[in-house]
Design a protein around this ligand. Structure first.
Ligand SMILES: Nc1ncnc2c1ncn2[C@@H]1O[C@H](COP(=O)(O)OP(=O)(O)OP(=O)(O)O)[C@@H](O)[C@H]1O
Ligand SMILES: [Mg+2]
Length: 266
């Protein structure tokens, strides 16, 4: 089987939409990430796989501005950026569905959908009164969920009373609404049933069809092989290889995950 390293792809390619150089992160004595180089190209679905504790969520948290790296650089379109907070990352068009805390449990569906981007009522003299336009937000939330075919009983429902799948769907719907360049999904279907998984996979495709690049963290290798353009494998905090999905198979990905095969082709 031929597995061309990514570095041998045609030189005509645009600079990556998002890339990292030498990204490292330790938690005390645990080296969660060791000098990660990665590239995410415009419009692609990059899958990120690896065993439990390999560093996937840590890398996603750094790219979403939630965690600071100890070392290394993040670039967008080849230009260094400083993703100092989730708000800054969002301003750069990066939206994330986190593995944990995908939604704020004490807020309702509408509030979660609009988190940090509430529609405000404009006051007189062009002044913005800090008053939320709840009706407009609820209407928009209902329309949005309907468009995406997400069955949620009520947009006024607190998300801690939703099923796991419904909660995840709300988080993915938010990413779909606001991620204008890059959407990061950390195991978006891990806790979902068959139908809910299909609905979220459908959403991932819809997001990608908008030209948005997606990083999909998943333990579901058949799903990864079906959905992604490239697969990057982390093992013990290291990038042990990035392969093109069309040129690989389940056996090779498993070998990379377990360490039976090592490639440095990020
Ligand atoms: N906040 C933290 N404090 C201390 N250690 C942490 C913290 N977050 C992650 N770690 C450690 O860093 C390593 C990488 O964790 P991470 O969550 O990135 O793994 P993962 O690849 O997402 O695993 P999983 O597939 O189980 O979600 C693990 O050894 C983990 O215990
Ligand atoms: Mg994780």
């Amino acid at each position: 089987m031929t597995n061309e390293p990514v570095s041998q792809l045609p030189a005509t390619r645009q600079p990556p939409a998002l890339s990292t150089v030498g990204l490292s992160k330790s938690y005390g004595r645990v080296k969660a990430l060791r000098s990660i180089d990665m590239e995410l190209y415009e419009g692609e679905i990059l899958a990120l796989v690896g065993d439990n504790g390999a560093g996937k969520s840590t890398l996603m948290k750094i790219l979403s501005g939630a965690v600071a790296a100890d070392e290394g650089e993040i670039l967008m379109d080849g230009v260094p950026v400083h993703l100092t907070s989730p708000i800054v990352a969002r301003r750069h068009g990066i939206e994330t569905v986190h593995q944990d805390l995908a939604v704020v449990p004490t807020l309702d569906v509408t509030e979660n959908l609009f988190l940090g981007r509430e529609i405000r009522i404009g006051g007189p003299f062009g002044r913005v009164v800090p008053l939320l336009n709840k009706r407009a937000m609820r209407r928009a939330a209902r329309d949005h969920l309907q468009t995406l075919n997400i069955g949620i009983p009520s947009v006024r429902q607190r998300t801690d009373t939703l099923s796991g799948g419904q909660r995840q769907a709300v988080a993915v719907a938010r990413a779909y609404a606001f991620g204008h360049r890059i959407v990061i999904m950390d195991e978006p279907t891990a806790a979902l049933g068959v139908q809910e998984t299909e609905a979220v996979v459908d959403l991932i495709r819809k997001i990608n069809e908008q030209g948005i690049a997606v990083i999909l963290v998943s333990h579901n290798l058949p799903q990864v092989l079906e959905l992604s353009n490239r697969i990057m494998v982390l093992r013990a905090g290291m990038n042990v290889g990035t392969v093109e999905t069309q040129r690989t198979d389940m056996e090779q990905v498993v070998r990379l995950i377990t360490g039976a095969e090592v490639r440095h082709t990020a």
